[in-house]
Design a protein around this ligand. Sequence first.
Ligand code: ATP
Ligand code: ZN
Length: 517
Amino acid sequence: MQKKKIILLVAILSVILSTILFYDKYFSASGFERITNGDRFIVWTVTTIIIIYYLKLDSDPQLAPLALSSDKEGSKKNNNKTDISFKNVAGLEEIKEELKETIDFINNSQKYTKMGAKIPKGILFYGPPGTGKTLLAKAVAGETNSTFLYASGSEFVEKYVGVGAKRVRSLFEKAKKDSPSIIFIDEIDAIGARRNLDSNNEKDQTLNQLLSEMDGFNTSETVVVIGATNRLDLLDEALLRPGRFDRHIYVGNPNINAREKILEVHTKNKPLHNNVSVKELANKTHGLSGAQLANIANEAAIIAVRNKKNKIDNKDFNQAIERVLAGLEIKNPSVLLKEKKTIAIHEAGHALVSKILKTDMVQKVSIVPRGQALGYVLKFPEEERYLYTQKELMGKITGLLAGRAAEQIIFKDITTGAKDDLTKATEIAQEMVCSYGMSTLGNISIDEYYIKNNYDIIRREIKKIMDKCFKNALKIVEDNKIILFQISDLLMKQETINNKELDKIFEEYKTKLDYAT
Ligand SMILES: Nc1ncnc2c1ncn2[C@@H]1O[C@H](COP(=O)(O)OP(=O)(O)OP(=O)(O)O)[C@@H](O)[C@H]1O
Ligand SMILES: [Zn+2]
């Protein structure tokens, strides 16, 4: 940066100097007789060369200052510092909470190194596009006043063929020099995909360089690498190992409260008509990402300008939402709303039964789409278990079938939403029959060959288990409809429910929770 400024200054001075000389020749009475055409020619030539060099410096990716080229948000101050903080990140409270520790590590690294603790080196954000992964990484840099270095995985392999590894090296050199630093590698799957998937020498070298850099730096330099990907499943195991990207944080689409906050952030500096309700807008934008919400706020402003209004009103927002939804080929919002209700009942069914049977510790229930799933019940990671009782396995299957059971009872119809549940439940039931000797076939283990040739017998056993569990799920849902509705109503309102809120619902309706499986 500094070098560029000096060159620019010299070029400007040269231009001024040659202009003065030009005027002197013609207008000065005494005249600078010694100044000839030759002198002027030299000054002009030098100026031109300097300007060309300066322009080249700016456009040549290898010479351009590292990590500045593709910075999305133009709000860095100087020297790769960013003024984005957690204030700019709306919603995502749990993630911010989780990142506080890392921030403390960076801000008070001595406290940790004194104790012999190593600062975590790598954090991986994964999740759908536009959910604020880049924004979060910048905010971590802003909160710690760290240098923020942006790199994108795809640019290592596309734009810089032959220099990927070299660029990784210089990226880390710069990070160490300007420590504390955050290196943000967007689309890390472009270099970090499993190595046997598609062998590409350039990519492998870049990845190897990244791995050895991450292993290399010691405790005196505070460098944290944050990677982002939409596809965690594609990444090479080596990248995820302890000491590398060992912290994985899911950044999903926002729920209704988060959407409201994001919309607030993006309409803060816009003149809104008083018929605009941000809460209402959040309600209409189920399933959209933060980036799409930001886009809606911007579109609405553009539409208002086009219609020569001096405030953005509700109509402008509705048009903007329609435009963004149409662009995404999402069905119209009223269909979305009907599906939302079905999904809420389905997920409430899972949560209700899992909790009553105490099969899994429910951490969170959500109807915000995640990957292929339209909703999900998140369970606390179980401590490592080697033994399951028959009753527990039956309970797991019952919990899996409870989504469908709830649909059946409330809507008297079933949907395709249970596809994954059925697959998982059937898998467990088959294991019970064939591996664990937990069916009427008795205490035997059945091999693949037998299964293939006698699948009818096996299927009958699987069906017996599934039917028994489904019947039980139906009964539990039927008996506890009030709680089911409590859960689904809260899901419709908040889109996500945590375990505390779930406990509260159960406590209010202290029912006898004793069912035989
Ligand atoms: N939680 C949020 N709060 C405020 N703005 C947000 C939030 N999430 C997304 N945005 C807006 O969306 C834009 C894009 O987000 P960002 O680039 O961080 O997404 P990303 O997850 O990195 O996406 P990608 O996977 O496509 O790189 C941000 O610059 C911001 O304007
Ligand atoms: Zn389900």
